[in-house]
Ligand binder design. Structure first.
Ligand code: GTP
Ligand code: MG
Ligand code: ZN
Length: 308
């Protein structure tokens, strides 16, 4: 029996890292002992597993998934019944956004952040492609930075074209397992190639017509970095269904709204149109950003957050 960690899962095949740097292809056979609930993938990227080695074929059979420290689930949309484990055992998530080419909508950012809050995984924001920004984009970037920094989300400016600030990211990722998420075309895979050019992963220019990414990365994959870190590249998010949240707990994951909610008159206030709602009056006074509040309302509306 050997112990390993899953780097990639494509349907029924799993690429596993073991023995301090060796890689083996594994499958599952028979009944796998899994304590988790219904997901479409019983074994996920980042899972620590036990496997039996088949010497003849140099392949492995996964016999057990060890307890997960944490995980992030993802649904295709709010309407979808099936959820998938995006990755397990992660220390932090980075949401990569861009102001243009493509433009990441604020609601998209907020859907991601509340998901990270719900799974209690620390989240930071990477703002990529700063080389493309003119005056208008720069001021929008500064606006978003202020908005998110104020409520405790760190943001890092990046240009992978000019290779600026890579050292900042490196030091934030050192010694940890980080997941990178974001919409298609923002540059997630380009970042991994910048960290380790030997990876030579596939990337593609965004479409001229739609100014959107082309969904080039199709499976989450964990890569070992040359600086003592694991980084998980993920497929561009299309929609971001909010998983397993009750209507009356959604605001718990908007940090500043949750903080303010203690001052509402009614303790079951949902901050919609209840009287003496401290959250709404904070939005009116500009203490809570109306963009964040609008994201909250849209998520409460059950709009399933479909973006290309
Ligand atoms: N100008 C500029 N272009 C960049 C930068 N970073 C990445 N790109 C380009 O953006 C395009 C998309 O990059 P990818 O790395 O494929 O994007 P992705 O986020 O992995 O996209 P998916 O795999 O589809 O989710 C490529 O043409 C990159 O060269 C940057 O900092 N500046
Ligand atoms: Mg990619
Ligand atoms: Zn309220």
């Amino acid at each position: 029996m050997e112990k390993g960690v899953v780097l990639k899962s494509t349907g029924s095949r799993y690429r596993v890292l073991y023995g301090g740097g060796k890689i083996i292809d594994c499958s599952i056979k028979g009944k796998l002992r899994i304590k988790e609930f219904r997901t479409t993938n019983p074994v996920a990227v980042g899972d620590n597993i036990l496997f039996e080695m088949e010497k003849k074929t140099y392949s492995g059979i996964i016999t057990e998934v060890l307890d997960r420290r944490n995980y992030i689930l993802r649904k295709a949309s709010n309407l979808s019944k099936h959820s998938q484990i995006l990755a397990a055992n992660i220390d932090q998530v980075f949401l990569m956004i861009t102001i243009v080419l493509p433009e990441t909508p604020v609601e998209f950012i907020d859907r991601f952040l509340i998901t990270a809050e719900a799974y209690r995984v620390p989240a930071k924001i990477i703002i990529n492609k700063t080389d493309l920004y003119g005056e208008k984009e720069l001021s929008k970037m500064e606006y978003l930075e202020k908005m998110y920094n104020k409520i405790g989300y760190e943001s890092i400016r990046l240009s992978l074209k000019e290779m600026t600030n890579l050292d900042v990211l490196r030091s934030l990722m050192k010694g940890k397992t980080s997941l990178i998420s974001g919409n298609s075309g923002v540059g997630k895979t380009t970042l991994l190639n910048a960290f380790n050019p030997l990876l030579n992963l596939k990337t593609a220019e965004i479409s001229d017509y739609h100014k959107q990414g082309k969904h080039i990365t199709t499976f989450p994959e964990m890569h070992q970095m040359p600086f003592d870190a694991f980084v998980i590249d993920t497929p561009g998010i299309r929609g971001f269904g909010v998983v397993d949240m009750e209507r009356n707990e959604i605001y718990h994951f908007f940090r500043e709204i949750f903080g303010k909610s203690k001052e509402c008159r009614f303790n079951n206030c949902l901050h919609l149109d209840e009287p003496e709602c401290a959250v709404r009056s904070a939005v009116e006074k500009g203490e809570i950003s109306f963009l964040r509040y609008r994201s909250y309302l849209n998520i409460m509306d059950g709009d399933n957050g479909k973006y290309r």
